[in-house]
Design a protein around this ligand. Sequence first.
Ligand code: NAD
Length: 252
Amino acid sequence: MRTYFDLTGRSALVTGAGAGIGAAVSEALAAAGASVLVTDISGDAASAVAERINTAGGKADSAALDVSDRDAAVAAAAQAAALGEGNLHIVVNNAGVTSPAMFPKLTDETFRLTFDIHVMGTFHVTQAALPHMPTDGTGRVINVTSAAGLTGTLGQVNYSAAKAGLIGFTKSLARELATKNIMVNALAPLAATPMTETIRTNEKFAANMMNRIPLKRWAEADEVAGAFVFLASDAASYITGQVLPVDGGMVM
Ligand SMILES: NC(=O)c1ccc[n+]([C@@H]2O[C@H](COP(=O)([O-])OP(=O)(O)OC[C@H]3O[C@@H](n4cnc5c(N)ncnc54)[C@H](O)[C@@H]3O)[C@@H](O)[C@H]2O)c1
């Protein structure tokens, strides 16, 4: 019988995995059988998540990785490949920050910061991973974009531009890597994490957000993590260049 979601024998590298969605995705990939390199700009946060996975019976290692640092990305990719006996099957480019301000107040500094982390970070980590990725159809790059990149968000021109940039990145790379049988997709999540704390708790923002979510609730990070397992799995072997919103119906 064909098993679609078993990731036993696959290795994964997840960025920004010390908290929120990245931590939940690391745990979900490990629960599906993958060996996971949990990375974050905070090495301590990454190591705590890896320890949780190992205590629960999964297999994980950790590394401090600031995705804007190309050399650190190269080292992390090699470390992740060592977990998979030389192969790195799954790369999840999840690390992210926001730096909101209305357009007239946006600075070069915050514009560059969002690009450095989201776009350049995804560039560094994916390019570092590529030499380790198998070409037998198990290779996956999963980029984390946002509704902001699909529909725009008030006060987030910098973040929206970076997240929309990742969609173009995903589609172009999907075309290039199709010849290597590596699937490249993006996922646009919505979840209750440290990043969304203000828009969930500030009265003014919270009601407006709830109006935009047809399912009328926030997901916990582990609820959106299953869609990452899907894109990483054999169930998604004929899907590439797509953007999958996992957001309670906010973007449709
Ligand atoms: N939470 C949502 O509803 C939502 C919605 C749309 C998109 N996203 C995207 O999902 C991803 C994860 O978001 P989250 O909500 O879990 O955020 P979060 O703030 O809870 O976690 C982000 C993690 O990234 C790490 N990080 C920050 N800068 C980094 C860097 N330079 N290098 C490596 N790690 C770094 C942080 O230390 C943190 O652990 C982000 O790309 C975010 O833009 C989230």
